[in-house]
Design a binder for this molecule. Structure first.
Ligand code: DGP
Length: 128
């Protein structure tokens, strides 16, 4: 637990959140400011690293666990395998909370109404 970290506060139960799923080392809760019909944050329970730039090969098992939980949440939310997982690393990319987290975004439906530019959900950077 890192002093002053809002996500550590959520894991500890000191900060309220809508937790929807957890596994041994990962917890998932709804984003307070949703940018898609389904917007869930997945975080390691421990303050392992502050941002994705600090991830190393040794974190592989944790990341596998996290992506497995993301897939099961997507199933439970009816996303049928159609979703985005986004990670902002560094304040210049839009990162505002410095406890590693992944955004699971989806629920746009099959209408083709999903954002065509990567990052539209959180800022907007053209893909091409
Ligand atoms: P990022 O910009 O990638 O660092 O994403 C941080 C996200 O965390 C942002 O979408 C808003 C969300 N957030 C910040 N504080 C809270 C909180 O206290 N509760 C919840 N549920 N989400 C939060």
């Amino acid at each position: 637990m890192q002093e002053g970290c809002i996500f550590c506060g959520i894991v500890a139960g000191d900060v309220p959140s809508t937790t929807i799923a957890e596994s041994e080392n990962v917890v998932a809760f709804r984003d307070i400011n949703p940018a898609a019909p389904v917007h869930v944050l997945l975080i390691p329970k421990a303050h392992v690293v502050s941002s994705a730039a600090e991830l190393r090969a040794g974190h592989g098992e944790l990341l596998g666990e996290l992506f497995e939980l993301a897939a099961s949440i997507a199933d439970a939310e009816g996303l049928e395998g159609t979703y985005r997982v986004i990670v902002n690393s560094g304040s210049g990319s839009g990162q505002t909370v410095f406890h590693l987290h992944f955004h699971l975004l989806g629920g746009w439906g099959r209408s083709g109404s999903f954002p065509k530019t990567l990052g539209d959900e959180t800022g907007g950077v053209p893909v091409n």
